[in-house]
Ligand binder design. Structure first.
Ligand code: SAH
Ligand code: SF4
Length: 351
C-alpha cells in the first residue's frame, strides 16, 4: 500500500490521521510542529517523538517534497529550480537572494489558461492545479537546501500559474505558511499575484486573514488590457479597481499593482497619467516590470529612457513605485518566463 504523504496537510488533518491509526491526537500536533516548524522530513530525526510512534509513522506515512531535477544559477545569484512532480510533470520556482531578505517565487499550477499574450507560461495552457503538498514542497525544499531561517524570507506566488484559479489549495498552503505552529511566516510576507479574478477576490475579502495582494494591471485602458489579457473582457479595469477598493482598510493599504511595460503598447506618458488616475485613493504600491522578452512572442522591452520617463510621472504624482532590477534573466527565471515547455509531450505511464 502506498504510504500517505503528510506534507500539505493541516494540523487538523494530521491529527485525524494519527487518531485513525490508534494514536493520541496530541501526537499529531507534535508531528505537525516537527514537519512545518522544524522542517524535519525524516521520521528518524524527529527525536522528540517516541521511538515506537516514529516506527508506526514510518509504516503509514512519508513526508515528501518534489524532486529537484535541475538548478540553474544566474550571474546575480538568482537560482531557478525545476521540480519533478509525482506524475512526471514539472514546475519551476525561483530563489532570489537579497541583502535584507530573500524571496521565494513559487508556482501554483502546471501551466496556466488565462492566456495573457505576453507570458511564456500561457504558452503551455493549463495542465493541472498543484496540490498543497506540491506548493509547500517547493518552499520546504528550497528552505531546507538553502538553510533559510524563519522570518528571513518572503514568498510570492508569481511563478507559473494563476493562484486564484487554484484558490482552495493555495489558501490551504497559505494557512500553513502563516500558522504560528506551522511555518510561522507573517501574513505580510506572503504575496499572491493575480491577473484579476474578481469573483475570487471577493471571496478572499471574506477570509479572516489573507495574504498581500499583487494585481497584474499591466494596462490602463480596457481596449489595451483586453488585447493583452483576454480575461479583461469579463472583468474590466473599472470592476477590478472597485473590487480592490472593497478590501478592508489594513490590507488594502498594501495592494501592489504590477505593471508590465511593453514597448509601444503600455509604456506611453498617457498610460502613466491614466495609471495615476486609476490608483487614486488606493494607497497603492506600483511594481514596474520592464517586459522580459520571450522567444516567439512579438513584444519588446521599452528603452531605458522610456522606462525612466514613465516612472517619473508616477513619482511626480506621489505614487509609490519600485522597479526591481530584473533578476535571473540570463537563466529565464524572470517574471513571466517560467515555462517548462518540453512537457507538452505526453508523459509516458510510469515515467
Ligand atoms: N498569474 C499571476 C502570477 C504569475 S505571473 C499573475 O498574472 O499575476 C507574475 C507577473 O509576471 C505578472 O504580473 C505578469 O503580468 C508578469 N509577466 C508575465 N509575463 C511577463 C514578461 N514576459 N515580462 C515581464 N513580466 C511578465
Ligand atoms: Fe497566467 Fe499570470 Fe501568465 Fe497571465 S501572466 S498567463 S495569469 S501566469
Amino acid at each position: 500500500m502506498k504510504r500517505k504523504n503528510l506534507l500539505g496537510m493541516s494540523q487538523d488533518e494530521i491529527m485525524a490521521l494519527i487518531e485513525a491509526i490508534g494514536e493520541k491526537p496530541f501526537r499529531g500536533k507534535q508531528l505537525y510542529h516537527q514537519i512545518y516548524e522544524r522542517h524535519e522530513l525524516d521520521f528518524d530525526q524527529m527525536t522528540e517523538l517516541s521511538k515506537s510512534f516514529r516506527a508506526r509513522l514510518k509504516e503509514e506515512f512519508v513526508v515528501l517534497v518534489p524532486q529537484v531535477t535541475r538548478r540553474s544559477e544566474a550571474a546575480d545569484g538568482t537560482l531557478k529550480y525545476l521540480f519533478r512532480l509525482e506524475d512526471g510533470r514539472h514546475v519551476e520556482a525561483v530563489f532570489i537572494p537579497e541583502a535584507d531578505r530573500d524571496t521565494l517565487c513559487i508556482s501554483s499550477q502546471v501551466g496556466c489558461n488565462v492566456g495573457c499574450r505576453f507570458c511564456m507560461t500561457a504558452q503551455m495552457g493549463l495542465i493541472r492545479n498543484l496540490k498543497p503538498e506540491e506548493i509547500l514542497g517547493q518552499v520546504m525544499a528550497i528552505v531546507k537546501e538553502r538553510g533559510l531561517v524563519r522570518g528571513s524570507y518572503s514568498i510570492v506566488f508569481m511563478g507559473m500559474g494563476e493562484p486564484l484559479q487554484n484558490y482552495k489549495n493555495v489558501m490551504q498552503s497559505f494557512r500553513i505558511l502563516i500558522d504560528p505552529l506551522g511555518m510561522s511566516l507573517s501574513h505580510r510576507k506572503v504575496t499572491i499575484s493575480t491577473s484579476g479574478f474578481v469573483p475570487v477576490l471577493k471571496k478572499m475579502q471574506q477570509e479572516e486573514v489573507f495574504p498581500n495582494l499583487a494585481i497584474s494591471l499591466n494596462a490602463t485602458t480596457d481596449e489595451t488590457r483586453t488585447s493583452i489579457m483576454p480575461l479583461n473582457e469579463r472583468w474590466g479595469i473599472e470592476e477590478l479597481m472597485a473590487t480592490c477598493r472593497e478590501f478592508p482598510i489594513e490590507p488594502r493599504r498594501r495592494i501592489m499593482f504590477e505593471y508590465v511595460m511593453i514597448k509601444g503598447i503600455t509604456d506611453s506618458d498617457d498610460d502613466a497619467r491614466r495609471l495615476v488616475r486609476l490608483l487614486k485613493g488606493l494607497h497603492p504600491k506600483v511594481n514596474l516590470i520592464p517586459y522580459n522578452p520571450n522567444p516567439g512572442l512579438p513584444y519588446e522591452r521599452p528603452t531605458e529612457q522610456r522606462i525612466i520617463a514613465f516612472r517619473q510621472i508616477l513619482v511626480d504624482n506621489n505614487v509609490a513605485v519600485f522597479m526591481r532590477r530584473t533578476r535571473g534573466d540570463d537563466i529565464a527565471a524572470a517574471c513571466g518566463q517560467l515555462a517548462y515547455l518540453e512537457q507538452k509531450t505526453p508523459v509516458a505511464e510510469g515515467a
